[in-house]
Design a protein around this ligand. Structure first.
Ligand SMILES: [Zn+2]
Length: 392
């Protein structure tokens, strides 16, 4: 019963992880680079440019190349038709470029267009820094070359590896003590998968390592999940995982369930976790009364600004809302949640009748208020609020 691989194989008989190269150490000529790039479809090209931009941006952030200037990195453009294109890309001085950096001033008012050769001329950074930028750029380009080469060698996105990776995430989310998995890796793979690009050979190995990590943790926990559920639950989970990582800043391994305010209330015991869960459940359920999905979103969003929902982290609420709209309180809703939130909500749902909500208290108070003459009701409430404020 180790690792639930048997379960997986009954779901997907005879499935096998793709063959993939172990590493990459080819240098592409400029011609090969252009030719391989042109062979990609438009979506793949766009994805690769996004990826390049992301990688370059993180280099510029990590090494802070431009710290002594008024500029920061904005974009990097490649003209794959150079030198035939008109007008093509230009440096600040007018020189025609194949590769162009776009910098933006730190106050966001101006842009500057530069070729790599003139970085120190037009920006006044030292030759040493200019060389570092050049080095960073060629590292990023080398990474892009790898993808281009793999695509040229007819490698595609490794779908079976991906599914096993999702299965690792799935089991991880059902474990008592999930391991921390690499979110950047998941994000990169999910976006490459969207356009069927091959992945880095290093990433392929990293995924295998993450799967092994989950298997190891499962063994630590005695290979016992409470439930593995059915293939359809896993497939819904996998589909969500691929999209949610690109959409939300929250998922099943997130620990940020409560806002700073919420943590304070919990700490001084103004509210219990059960009460908060009960409130969340109540607010989600209330949405069932509305037909229109954008209306549901608006109503819920308005409530997130006030107590008691303001005690939750806003990313957590945004995520919980979308999962609720998708599933209601069906099984996959709970599977998609971080374990602590899932357990607390399931517990609150079971005990819900026993836990009063703000609304039920308000209803009780309403009964009393109705016995007070209409003109006095507001005054009574205001005087109560003043008393309350004085006590706190
Ligand atoms: Zn120039």
């Amino acid at each position: 019963m180790a690792d639930y691989l048997e379960t997986y194989l009954t779901w997907y008989p005879n499935s096998k992880i793709e063959h993939y190269p172990q590493d990459f150490h080819t240098t592409l000529s400029s011609d090969a680079r252009s030719q391989y790039y042109q062979a990609l479809d438009l979506n793949q090209q766009q994805q690769l440019e996004l990826h390049r931009k992301y990688e370059l941006r993180s280099k510029f952030t990590t090494f802070d190349y431009l710290k002594d200037t008024q500029w920061q990195f904005d974009e990097y453009r490649v003209d794959y038709n150079y030198p035939k294109s008109e007008p093509g890309l230009r440096c600040k001085c007018g020189k025609k470029l194949k590769y162009q950096f776009v910098l933006i001033s730190k106050n966001k008012q101006k842009k500057m267009y530069l070729g790599m050769q003139h970085f120190s001329d037009h920006l006044g950074v030292s030759q040493k820094v200019a060389n570092e930028i050049k080095k960073g750029l060629s590292q990023v380009d080398f990474g892009i070359d790898e993808i281009l080469w793999l695509h040229h060698q007819k490698y595609q996105f490794p779908n079976e590896l991906w599914r096993r990776y999702c299965f690792a995430h799935y089991r991880n989310s059902l474990m008592k003590q999930p391991v921390k998995l690499n979110r950047q890796l998941l994000k990169r793979l999910a976006s490459f998968r969207q356009v069927d690009l091959p992945i880095y050979t290093v990433d392929f190995q990293l995924v295998l390592r993450e799967i092994a990590l989950v298997n190891k943790q499962l063994r630590v926990e005695g290979n016992q999940l409470k439930q593995i559920y059915q293939r359809e639950h896993f497939e819904a989970f996998a589909q969500d995982l691929a999209q949610d990582i690109l959409t939300f800043d929250f998922n099943y391994d997130s620990k940020r369930i409560f806002s700073a305010q919420g943590k304070k209330y919990l700490k001084n015991h103004s509210f219990t976790r059960e009460q908060l869960m009960s409130e969340l459940i109540e607010r989600l359920r209330q949405l069932d009364g509305f037909e229109d999905i954008s209306q549901k979103r608006t109503i819920f969003h308005t409530q997130t600004l006030h107590l008691p929902l303001a005690m939750f982290d806003e990313n957590c609420l945004a995520y919980a809302l979308e999962k609720y709209l998708q599933y209601g309180f069906r099984l996959n809703f709970f599977i998609s949640l971080p374990r602590s939130l899932r357990m607390a909500m399931q517990k609150a749902l079971k005990a819900q009748k026993a836990i009063p909500t703000v609304q039920s208290y308000a209803q009780e108070l309403q009964v009393h208020l109705n016995q007070i003459p209409k003109g006095y009701q507001k005054m009574v409430l205001e005087s109560l609020l003043r008393d309350l404020a004085a006590k706190n």
